[in-house]
Unconditional design. Sequence first.
Length: 136
Amino acid sequence: MQQFQVPQFIDVKDKIFGPFTVKQFIYILGGIGVIVIAYLLHPPAILFWLTAVPVGGFSLSLALWKPNGQEFDLVINNAINHFLGPRLYIWKKEEINAKKSQKILQNSASAAIPKLSQRKLQDLAWSLDINSKFKR
């Protein structure tokens, strides 16, 4: 019998740029690019830091943070879809009174027990004996 090698570690992404994957590297590079552009525009120092710190933190969290084992960009995508997407809530609770529930229980109990007469039991036993003797 021919054996095949089973792939392992399929959830590990390829590290292209040092310890980073391509996606992580692009997120970090994009954050650095926005910070450099903000620096080159020569705003006052307080405005630079008010833009650089959140942009840097957001790009690092996109690249490196995995809440509950999921990548942060997937978490953001799911959150946006949840808040902006349509929702359909269906819940219809029916009040069941005691008489109705007792009737339902009696019907389900009687339906669960099959009716078996003596003749049917003999026919089943005979067919089982014949099938086991003449099995090919």
